[in-house]
Structures are given as C-alpha cells and as structure tokens.
Design a protein around this ligand. Structure first.
Ligand code: ZN
Length: 290
C-alpha cells in the first residue's frame, strides 16, 4: 500500500498560533510507521515542503528505523504560510528552486519526487499562489514530476486545474487534494472528468467531515467505475492526530476505514480491485514506482 499525502514532520504552529500544529514527535512517528509496515504499507509521501518545517534528515531516519520508504516534496504551501522567498521571487526563480530540488536534490542531498502540496485560499487564488502554480506547471513539463495541490476545504479545484493546464501541466499527473471535504460528489466527478486524480486524503478528520460521508461517496464512485482516479490518505499534521496523544493515528485508514468500504449494507461493498487501485496502483502510477 501507498499513503500519497502525509506529513512526518510539519510546523504550521506559528501562523496557526497553536503548538499542536508542530508535528515533531519522531519516535512516535517511527513507532506508528513500523505498524504501517506490518500492515503492508511500503511507501509514504511526505508532502511537507519549503516553509512548512520540512526536515529531510528526520524523514530519512523514520524511513531507516521503520522500513517504510519515504518520498520527499518541493514547492510552497499557500498564502499565510509562505516564507519570504515566495514574495521576493518571480516565476522563473521559483521554477529554478523547484527544479534544483527535483533534479539535484534538497540541500544537495535526496531528490524531491513530488511538487506539492501547493495550495490556494478558500475561495480565491492570491498572486503569490498563482506564481507558484505557474512555476510548478513549468517544472512538471521539464521533469515529469507529479503535482499534488492543496485545495482548502476541497474547493477551487476547477480553478486550480484551469491554471495548471494553461501553463503546460499534464493533468494525468496532477492530484487535487482534500476534495472529500466538500462532501459534493457531483463536483468531484466534474474534476475527475478533467483528467486529474482526486485525493480523499483527510480520512479520519471527523471534526471537518464524518467518515460516513467519505464511505458513501467512495462506494458511489466505485459503483460508477471511477476508482481509477482516486487516492486515499490521511494528511496527519498535528501532534494530537498521533496515537500517543489519543488521536486516530496513521493506521486508522487501514484498521477502521477500509473495513467500512468492504461492508455490504444498504449499498454494495467496494470490490478489492477498486480498493487496490485507490490504496496502491493509482499512487504508484502517479509516482512512477511499481
Ligand atoms: Zn497535507
């Protein structure tokens, strides 16, 4: 299995004024990742990028101690979380920073495999966010790296697609994240029709949306034969999401969520081949790992 949208270390505590948003519990993350490995997870994508508290050495240590492979990301998150370099750089400079991290490596070390998560505000795209998206499209055209977006509350997906497409991105290598939070299946189907993959990647974040809605939408996507365009993940970002703090933990997707897809009640169960697409094959195709 692959978890394509996670964070091993992330620090959004400054802008959010909440120390809970500094995920820095390495030993606890290692322990949970060992549990993931025992459940068949082989690969996790760490989408923490520039300005989010990215810590590649920490992520490498989690990989070594847990046996779960970790891939790294480049790019910038969204307005309110951008470091000064975003405001000081034109598109060309942003492009060259991401290209360097993708081709030469982060700090000259391990390469970034993914451009993401790059985001937009709730119902608008700021000029800085637009520059990041344009630069990301150009880097993808040169390197073929997959792009993963952050759609705040799942919204603005169509506008993100328009922007990426206009600047040369390959939509078959783009994932629009957090669309589950809209609880709007018709919107999600319209995104899929544009050729992107959509992320149901806030599984377990029941303060935003009860998992029952995710189950209902995924069963309907399965019934319509659209699971080839969906990936599943949890987007763990807070100390309180971890097991040791009473949170659901990274294994919630496997232990609690997938069993609900496999249940046949008033709606049919999701067949195993569809679950395999959403938990492994689609992400493997996007990442170019098999
Ligand atoms: Zn995320």
């Amino acid at each position: 299995m692959i978890y394509p949208h996670e964070h091993l270390a992330v620090d959004l505590s400054g802008p959010k004024c909440d120390i809970d948003c500094r995920l820095d519990r390495k030993d606890a993350v290692v322990a949970e990742f060992r549990g993931l490995r025992d459940r068949g997870v082989t690969l996790v994508v760490d989408l923490t990028n520039r300005g989010m508290g990215r810590d590649v050495a920490y992520a490498r240590e989690v990989q070594e101690k847990s046996g779960v492979r970790v891939l790294h990301a480049t790019g910038w998150y969204k307005e309110g979380f951008f470091p000064p370099e975003v405001y000081e750089s034109d598109v060309g400079r942003l492009e060259s920073i991401m290209r360097d991290e993708t081709e030469a490596g982060i700090d000259g070390a391990v390469r970034a495999s993914v451009i993401g998560e790059i985001g937009t505000e709730l119902d608008r795209i700021t000029p800085e966010e637009e520059r990041v998206f344009i630069a990301a499209s150009r880097v993808q055209a040169e390197t073929a790296a997959p792009i993963v977006t952050h759609a705040t509350m799942g919204r603005m997906g169509m506008e993100q697609i328009d922007l990426l497409e206009a600047h040369g991105a390959d939509l078959s290598r783009v994932t629009i994240s957090h669309v589950d939070l809209t609880n709007d299946l018709e919107y999600i189907l319209r995104l899929i029709d544009r050729g992107v993959t959509v992320g149901f990647d806030t599984i377990g974040k029941t303060a935003y949306l009860d998992d029952a809605h995710r189950v209902r939408m995924l069963k309907e996507l399965s019934r319509r034969g659209r699971c080839g365009s969906v990936v599943l993940s949890m987007d763990i970002t807070r100390r309180s999401h971890l097991k040791e703090r009473g949170g659901v933990g990274y294994a919630h997707l496997i232990d609690d969520f997938l069993p609900r897809l496999r249940v046949s009640d008033d709606t049919a169960a999701v067949p195993e081949e569809h679950i395999r697409l959403m938990t492994r094959d689609n992400a493997a195709r996007l990442l170019g790992v098999f």
